[in-house]
Design a protein around this ligand. Sequence first.
Ligand code: SF4
Length: 187
Amino acid sequence: MTRFSGAKPRLATVWLSGCSGCHMSFLDLDEWLIELANQVEIVYSPIASDQKIFPEAVDITLVEGAVATTDNLDLLKIVRARSRTLISFGDCAISGNVTALRNASGGPQAVLQRAYLELAENTAQLPHAPGLIPDLLETVRPVHELVPVEVYLPGCPPSAQRIRLVLEALLQGKSPRLEGRDQIRLG
Ligand code: SF4
């Protein structure tokens, strides 16, 4: 049996560059969320805590979204260093998916130009707030290309049933096994 950091496993969820749909699917766990809340301590999550700093000694972290900005990358490095088990949560985290569509558009400047100048109907201007708006990385990358990942949880978004299967296994100290087309299919 895996030993966790405290009396209860410490659970975190993070979103990088995604649409938050994976987190919405997490909320679709419905009444099992109450069971989960009894089993774990939620120490960081955009949907369940106002904690701003990613804490130390997290047992399980779900990471939604691809890595598209310097802020994403900085946070991901901290998350990796402080998480025992990191789950690449959803297709954007696993492959780049929708978020990475911009990789074919000619780099950050071309994307900004298109979004904020060419398509603007009013007050066309590039966002400029040094230190406030994170810089776009040259290309959008999946999580595993930048840090090691222990568990892949595919889907756009992963179904609540898949999320539960993975979390239940980890909480029991087992390696999650997603098998068959219904469990491992992307999309
Ligand atoms: S995998 Fe799908 S649902 Fe999840 S963040 Fe990406 S686009 Fe949204």
